[in-house]
Design a protein around this ligand. Structure first.
Ligand code: HSE
Length: 312
């Protein structure tokens, strides 16, 4: 038996929502899991990029055996019902660029879990899948919108349970995703974060996250512009993302630009705007990055309202 799942890309954090906010985007990975009948063949993982040549090269460094995150997630699901995965063939058709802060690892974890769950007769519900995916990823902010679609607030509580709430992203707010041609692994981007932060910075983010939730609920661009600031991760990551400071600076005082944030752990940047010239956003970002010999892929995208779905 064979199951194929299509999973959207995601952008986490949205500034102040570090590790708890994320939205789905219409770029997809397609994950197929097949139970092979030949005993002793073990797990076989194939990764195919439909994106660009660069990713093919990066894929060389991604584990394709029992050490892969997709296999770990699948194994946890099997173990949760007292079984062990045996002979599996896993294929990933990837459109989501990897190590760019667009949730490519979350997408394969989610795709693997949903496919394996179907193969097993659907023993796990959404919350259980979310919980395993969060365990593998370490935080729920990418996996929640990958599973549920849309804009999602999620939290892993101290007892391990996941709380999530879908929020309404105002249709009128444009999301321009600016993807540079260099990679930044989440591990490195997390390694520069301090273990402890000043109380004032924690309070700053709490205030701004509260503003953000109110701003999206009331479609208040002015409040959103004020809300999209962060002191818990972006200031520390700035040194890992050439051009980030200049891009943020360039849009700071522009009417119609609601905000500019790192996508997940970076290095991609989201520019959120309202009735603003989208070509101008693209040329501004392109000029800054190309001025530093960084190639770009910049797309204005609608939020993907649907989460992962079984397509075959
Ligand atoms: N919230 C995570 C981070 C997202 O910023 O490290 C990356 O996976």
């Amino acid at each position: 038996m064979k199951v194929t799942v299509k999973v959207p890309a995601t952008s986490a954090n949205l500034g102040p929502g570090f590790d708890c906010l994320g939205l789905a985007l219409p770029i997809y990975n397609t994950i197929t899991i097949e139970e092979t009948v030949l005993p002793g063949t073990g797990v076989e993982i194939n990764l195919m990029s439909e994106n660009d040549v660069l990713d093919e090269m990066i894929f060389d460094n991604v584990p394709k055996d029992e050490n892969s995150i997709i296999f770990k997630a699948v194994q946890m699901l099997y173990n949760s019902i007292g079984q062990e995965p045996s002979e599996l063939k896993i294929n990933v058709q990837s459109q989501i660029p990897i190590t760019r802060g667009l949730g490519s690892s979350a997408s394969v974890v989610v795709g693997g879990l949903i496919a394996a769950n179907k193969l097993l007769g659907s023993p796990a519900d959404t919350t259980a899948l979310l919980s395993i995916a969060t365990e593998v990823e370490g935080h729920p902010d990418n996996v929640a919108p990958a599973i549920l679609g849309g804009f999602v607030l999620s939290s892993q509580e101290d007892d391990g349970t996941i709380t999530y709430e879908k929020l309404n992203w105002p249709e009128e707010w444009d999301i321009t995703v600016c993807i540079p041609d260099f990679e930044l692994s989440t591990n490195i981007a997390r390694s520069v974060l301090p273990e402890n932060v000043p109380l004032a910075d924690a309070v700053y983010n709490a205030k701004h996250l509260a503003m953000l939730i109110q701003a999206v609920n009331t479609k208040n661009e002015k409040l959103m512009k004020q809300a999209l600031h962060d002191k818990l991760h972006q200031p520390y990551r700035e040194k890992l993302v050439p051009g980030m400071k200049e891009i943020m600076e360039a849009f700071k005082h522009e009417d119609g630009i609601i905000g500019c944030v790192l996508s997940g752990a970076g290095p991609s940047i989201l520019v959120i705007s309202y009735k603003y010239d989208l070509d101008k956003i693209k040329s501004t970002v392109r000029d800054i990055w190309e001025g530093q010999s960084i190639k770009t892929d910049i797309r204005t995208l609608k939020i993907e309202k649907n989460g992962a779905e079984i397509i075959e």
